[in-house]
Design a protein around this ligand. Sequence first.
Ligand SMILES: [Fe+2]
Ligand SMILES: [Fe+2]
Length: 461
Amino acid sequence: MAKFSHDAFIAPTAEQYVSRAEILGAFSYALDITQGQPVGHCISACWIGCQIGLELGLSGDDFADLYYTVLLKDVGCSSNAARICELYRTDDHEFKHDFKFVTGDKRDVLKFALKTVGKNSGWLTRMRAIASVLRNGDDYAREVMDTRCTRGADIAKRLRFSDAVAEGIRGLDEHWDGSGLPLASSGADIPLYSRIALLAQVAEIFYRNAGADAALAEVAAQSGRWFDPAIVRAFQNAQAKPGFWECVGAPGLEPLLFSLAPAMTADLVDEDYLDDIAAAFGEVVDAKSPYTSGHSGRVADYAARIAEAIDYPVEKRRWLVRGALLHDIGKLGVSNAILDKPAKLDDDEWQVMRGHAAHTQEILGRISAFEDMAPISAAHHERLDGKGYPHGLGASAISLETRIITTCDFYDALTADRPYRAAMSPERALAIMAEEVGKAIDARCFAALAQVVAAQQTPTA
Ligand SMILES: [Fe+2]
Ligand SMILES: [Fe+2]
């Protein structure tokens, strides 16, 4: 294993940055795993949506707004995962995956409820959960959709997109005939980009699972019900063009999508925008579980303070903070049935939980502006004594940046509520961490953390 130090990492310069579409496209893979979809779903749906937009004659800003609405349609999806587990007593990833195949048909809904609700619970809990869903299903569905849509619109605004994109994401689950959620809007009251995004989403899922004929049949069956008939016609025309279906899910789709006008004409991402993207996706991670609410933000805040305390190079601090904000992005790939389990994890569950570090590497490693940060963030559960994960790295292979993030992560985990224990006081947390200095925690980082915590506790005049 090569030895490296923080000096080996150079903060990237603005000239190296790529387009907004490329960065957000890479983050869309994280949204796919949160939704229980195969990676590439959002990219493929975006392609389908764009072809519909071109059929409708969209161009310029309108086409760009459609592009980002479909690409980021699932950006609010982490926010309802914990509630889905609670209400439906099931794995949120499986629930979200299977729910995409449920039509408005009552028999379909009943079949879904019997198959999915309370799936991993005992018989009695399962029967109670099914009865509760059959009794209150409409309210449950409205609540989880409302949470997701509102959150998605908020994050779109945080990412500096227009109201049209935010409203397009907010209206994703509304149906043409008024049977959608959460507002039961109908017809032209539903934003155009929402109408296109919903059709693109359904077409992509049916195509991937059963082929083009199945996608066409489902879209035709939902014309005038879920879908705007005019958009159905535009989709039917678009899909008849040569190469349409061959592109969906193809390895070469990404560069093709990033060569479309909205991606090419968008401003290149600057340092400030990278900060915003990291903060926004840190919030997406934190929204996944009530037990990690605010965690990424606090870890980043502690990291900034430790960086200052140890005189870490000023020009690299923003970069370090982004790494701290995104260190747990791999948790989007872990079900809340595991993240929020109020008991000890079994071996299989623990393995899935530990997998979040590798997911962080995979997700950040796809993004050119963040790829040198990926191994630093992904190593936050490594230990100096070599007993950490995912690689069991030794002290010589753990960078200063990782040591800072690990120290902050450790402290925030101890001082926040967990499913299996209450939050600890700062004093208790520091006492526990003191035992880990030299084993899991770097001595210099720990001393700086103690200084930061003491300063926080000192009342200001
Ligand atoms: Fe973690
Ligand atoms: Fe963490």
